[in-house]
Design a binder for this molecule. Sequence first.
Ligand SMILES: Nc1nc2c(ncn2[C@@H]2O[C@H](COP(=O)(O)OP(=O)(O)OP(=O)(O)O)[C@@H](O)[C@H]2O)c(=O)[nH]1
Ligand SMILES: [Mg+2]
Length: 652
Amino acid sequence: MHFQQQLHAYGQWKSRLAEAIEKYHAWLKRYDLGSTEVEEMLLGMRKNLMSERMTIAFVAEFSRGKTELINALFFAETGVRLLPSTPGRTTMCPTEIFYDAQDGSYIRLLAIESRLDSASLSEYKERPDRWLKIELDPSSPIQMQEAFQELVAVKRVSVAEAKRLGLYHEDMNPGDGIEPDSVEIPCWRHALISFPHPLLEEGLVILDTPGLNALGSEPELTLSMLPSAQAVLFVLAADTGVTKSDMDMWQNHVRGLDGNQQRHLAVVMNKIDTLWDDLQSDASIERSLRSQVGETARILNVKEELIFPLSAKQALLAKVKKDEALLEKSRLQRLEHYLAQDVLQSRRQIMQQSITHGIGHLVSESLGVVRTEVAQLRQQLEELRNLDTKNEDMTAKLMEETRIQQSRYLQIVDSFQASKRVYAMQAKRMLDVLSPKRVDRIIKNHTRSMEASFTTYGMKQAMKAVFDDLSALLHEGVQVVEDTQSLIDSIYQRFAKEHGYGDIKPPAFSIRDYQVTLEDLFNEGESFRTSMSSTLMEQHLVIQKLYTTVLSKARKLLHRVHKETANWSAVALSPLVHQIKEHKKLIEQRLGVLRKVNQSKESLASEMEKLEQALAPVLAQQRELEDILKLIEGREESAEAEPAAQAVAAMS
Ligand SMILES: Nc1nc2c(ncn2[C@@H]2O[C@H](COP(=O)(O)OP(=O)(O)OP(=O)(O)O)[C@@H](O)[C@H]2O)c(=O)[nH]1
Ligand SMILES: [Mg+2]
């Protein structure tokens, strides 16, 4: 399947899941089983799912052909070279290309001087009025192509000004060690491009980066935007091989992205057309290509199958001219296949796992309760069928039994209330430990000392102190979450043992993994700091930005931990609550039936009929839930409803 078809299928799958979430939400409402917490959780899940985007980032030294590759992969059907790609440095600022359905077609540009401001890029993105906006006409590729020329805009400033902006770079100095009077710097710090294009409309986001030291001077790009991309393509050129500067970039900023299983990192070996040679046989060209791929794999220490030799330029040409043979020769299709199969498929699996884990658990839990109800109604019917109406003793005995059940039920309610009180105290203690206020206080305290320190060393010490405090907080959180989990487990076990509630399980939860994530975050920050000393002369501004980025990520992370913990603690006992409610309903129903049968023997038939009638809507509930579960699990075929006998067996 082509990338576009695959992305479309992925979009459809997401809408199906969103529909399942909506249906379950409606189901809970219809039967009055929801709660504000569960409702909020479902709405949040649905929102996350629908706003989820798929980002592919392109990084490399300048002039390796990143932008040309983007043109060839995604925008060839416009018939033009949509984004500017020329010899030498071209793209001057990181550029995000996506579709913003709300605001339509535009380019938004953020002035380079905004680097002096303490607001982060993501904060700027919330404030469109701070950006220069250029309208785009999506029906005219030529107009768009012209508008995109703004992405290459540069200006001359004094060296002092470049230093002030944290942009003075040794490479701007042409070797003789004498500082020039002025240097060229980008006009723009960041660009956002939105226009309706089938791929972008499906949620694709493309991140093009400028080659020259963009990764070293914008920590937010390197530490925040790249790591959150689903795929990162590192581009090399076949005619230059792996140069020292390619290697620096790879080691300092790209290689580390490989650690995450949810992200794909691949290497493109572009410009293979420079190896094409009419005087050489295809076989010998193939051989030299193979050996270059092998060599690159060895130097970068990546698997050979993750290196994609191709020619972006020829691929673009081939697509525009509809020249199939040339397209084949450009070898672009193997990369397209990789993006469609490996990247998108695994994205879908990850989403599926997390969604099935979240909502699937809730739906299965509801289904378990409904199935028990079906089974118990059937059992009651069975009892009535076997009831010897002439035998008054038997009815009386059943009545007696049910009364005993009723008083036992009242005990269950009492003991549940007691457990719930203990649990509520524990849950409060847990959420206090992880409270966002505590996190913010820690960060705020240290930020002050960080801003006050003039040396890199002082800043580094302050950073270490925040990290220690935050990880201590998280450590305490892990402990208290585990205590809470044991408490919940013991409550469930007690209800299973004493009251026969063996079928329901508490939702599992842990925040242990976040400890590693937090640690990685700070380590990445530190390795960024050590890598930049050699490349940037004026570091203070960049280090400050670096630390702000790391801290805002840590803050987000810990807030998320709190939110997830709160969600979990809100629903941890709800399977028990459902079960108890159902239990009560059944006992009352049964007493009612027996009472009536006792009063007049004739009413037996009509009571049985009523039970049959009561069964029908519950069976309908069960079918609805089974359909929702099918939607979630992506099963197309309608599975057989669970046989009654099995359901009866499950309840006894
Ligand atoms: N021969 C050949 N040239 C290519 C190929 N791909 C790109 N180029 C050329 O390489 C030059 C640089 O391409 P760009 O796409 O601007 O490179 P970039 O990596 O985006 O560079 P920056 O924007 O400066 O970071 C342009 O002149 C392209 O025409 C290719 O496959 N073969
Ligand atoms: Mg470029």
